[in-house]
Design a protein around this ligand. Structure first.
Ligand code: GRG
Length: 306
């Protein structure tokens, strides 16, 4: 199993820049189908939620997994992957609302509800959930994937986004405010809230490429490890970076949330994140997956500055 990027010296920075632009192209196509159906104010909230930057990590991971599995239609896979970002965008629009984290800033600018109002943001984010699944179904059809594979893809996304995944994790997060969660509780919360969608990205890339079960399982093990590493790095950034660098106000302490930093301290939390990066890379090795992109992305999730 190899990647075209093994042919020259691999630069993660160039890879990320290129992939981000390509993902944004795919998102533009997804929005072309959705935006004309929406009332102008809701449309503007959706446009901001989806196009205001971000690392685009989930679709980038999905396409990298597809490529690592030797998938032949990267452009098609990128459209499939865009569905993950539509779900991620909706989750951030809701996460920032006054009834959730009540955040005024994200990615260096006022949040969608602060600009377009709460009702438009709730509705627009809500419209992104079915739109993501419809876009996924349509894109997988365009790739010529058989019905069973298309159904698997939709099931993976819906499970990761739903009560057993991201939404369930968010509920635990809100219920945990003001309580000191133990390590097991915190791990369980973040496996769902952050880890489920990241792992789904790897899974969907493998399934779209029709990878063998062993390879898919190795990619999912990689996804679980980087999902947890990503969250620990997020907690470290929230505790150590300033609002300018983060593009948002650090909020864990203010919301009295349990975090890996509160539980382990900054030094040990960083060490745990690095251990998880090694675990992710081992999963790739064990699955016989050679991918400079996935290898580099594992380190990137903990080395990032925002
Ligand atoms: C109300 C139906 C309903 C659901 C709400 C709000 C919610 C469900 C879930 C949110 C869960 C959540 C915020 C997960 C994301 C955690 C996280 C670390 C986000 C930041 O991701 P990055 O760093 O963001 O990839 P960028 O800005 O790069 O896109």
């Amino acid at each position: 199993m190899s990647s075209p990027s093994t042919e020259g010296a691999f630069s993660l920075e160039r890879f990320l820049d290129r992939e981000r632009v390509a993902v944004e192209g795919a998102l533009g196509q997804a929005l072309d189908a959705l935006l004309p159906l929406l009332d102008p104010q809701v449309r503007d909230a959706v446009r901001q939620g989806v196009t205001s930057g971000g690392k685009r990590l989930r679709p980038i991971l999905c396409v990298a997994a597809y490529r690592a599995c030797g998938g032949p239609d990267e452009e098609g896979a990128r459209q499939v992957a865009a569905a993950l970002e539509l779900i991620h965008a909706y989750s951030l629009m809701h996460d920032d609302l006054p009834c959730m984290d009540d955040a005024p800033l994200r990615r260096g600018r006022p949040t969608p509800h602060a600009v377009h109002g709460e009702a438009s943001t709730v509705l627009g984010a809500g419209a992104l959930i079915p739109a993501a699944h419809l876009h996924l179904w349509h894109s997988a059809s365009e790739m010529g994937l058989p019905d069973g594979v298309r159904r698997d893809l939709v099931r993976i996304l819906a499970r990761a986004a739903g009560a057993g995944g991201m939404v369930g994790g968010q509920a635990l997060d809100l219920l945990g405010e003001g309580r000191r969660l133990e390590r097991g509780e915190l791990d369980g919360l973040h496996r769902r809230k952050t880890g489920a969608l990241l792992t789904a990205a790897l899974s969907m890339g493998a399934v779209a490429a029709r990878a063998q079960d062993g390879v898919r399982e190795a990619l999912e093990a990689y996804g679980r490890a980087i999902g947890m590493a990503f969250q620990i790095a997020d907690d470290v950034l929230d505790a150590t970076a300033d609002a300018d660098a983060l593009g948002k106000n650090p909020s864990d302490a203010e919301l009295d949330k349990s975090t890996y930093v509160a539980l382990l301290g900054v030094g040990e939390a960083r060490g745990e994140a690095r251990r998880l990066v090694r675990e992710a890379r081992e999963a790739l090795r064990d699955g016989g997956i050679e991918s400079p992109a996935l290898d580099g992305l594992a380190a990137y999730v903990v080395d990032r500055d925002r």
